[in-house]
Design a protein around this ligand. Structure first.
Ligand code: FPP
Length: 248
């Protein structure tokens, strides 16, 4: 968890920004386009936001791109999304590396096409030395699934006698999540006008600030990002404590 500042004010920029990129389908349907074309334009928006985070010095960005629930979508949309990630990982990785971006993919590998898993591992390895921005793409990701996976891994360690159940605390538990090593998000942005968390980073958002906008993801601009960052700057983060007055 990021530490609160002494006066309870949010630091001026979030260290970790998380985004629920919603509204690609509606964006496309309103223009008489296919949902797939909406997802294509969603990539453009993601490029803009990555560049903007690098420029502003935000070191961690996590985006929700494919949830465990998204398998329920029509098969052709699911297949198109898998191809889209594959293509993005091929075409964008050099540009991301040039910007100092490290790519991580959070979620269950099981259930994904084998060649996509290989592509994911390649992109993660190729960018592993970068640290200007850690871009985590949540793919085949579910917050509850993540907690279950962590619980299973911990239980296996305990059953094998390698872990004392009394040693399980919040810090240890977090080390078994897909997000191990990442700080908790400070700010969650949701586009597309809904006010739900939709099974995204359930453990990690315990104290995150939330910002929702009706702007559909393909339209999300640098100005929209700055509006969210400005709102965040004025939030008072107390992490369950009382406001602390100015220090003497
Ligand atoms: C939500 O819009 C968006 C998604 C389920 C997919 C998000 C994917 C992208 C932004 C592009 C792919 C990203 C990568 C990294 C390959 P929706 O389809 O639910 O929109 P709707 O609510 O208007 O139907």
């Amino acid at each position: 968890m990021s530490a609160p500042s002494m006066n309870g004010q949010a630091p001026s920029l979030p260290r970790h920004l998380a985004i629920i990129m919603d509204g690609n389908g509606r964006w496309a349907v309103r223009r008489g386009l296919s949902r797939h074309e909406g997802h294509e334009m969603g990539i453009e928006a993601l490029r803009r936001v990555v560049r903007a985070c690098v420029a502003r010095g935000i070191p961690y960005l996590t985006v929700y791109a494919f949830s465990t629930e998204n398998w329920e979508r029509p098969a052709d949309e699911v297949a198109a999304l898998m191809r889209l990630l594959d293509r993005v990982l091929i075409e964008e990785v050099d540009e991301l590396a040039a910007q100092g971006v490290r790519v991580r993919v959070l979620g269950r590998r099981k259930g994904l096409p084998e060649d996509l898993v290989a592509r994911i591992e390649q992109a993660c390895q190729k960018t592993a030395g970068n640290d200007r921005l850690i871009l985590s793409v949540a793919w085949n990701y579910g917050g509850r699934a993540e907690i279950v996976d962590a619980a299973q891994a911990i239980a296996r360690e305990a059953a094998a006698g390698r872990l004392d159940p009394e040693a399980i605390n919040e810090t240890l538990f977090a080390e078994y999540l897909y997000t191990a090593g990442l700080p908790d998000p400070d700010l969650v942005i949701r586009t597309g006008g809904e006010f739900r968390i939709s099974n995204f980073l359930l453990w990690q958002v315990a104290y995150a600030e939330f910002w929702a906008t009706p702007v559909l993801w393909p339209d999300f601009s640098e100005r929209d990002l700055d509006e969210a960052l400005e709102a965040y700057r004025h939030r008072s983060r107390r992490f369950g404590r009382v406001e602390v007055g100015p220090q003497p």
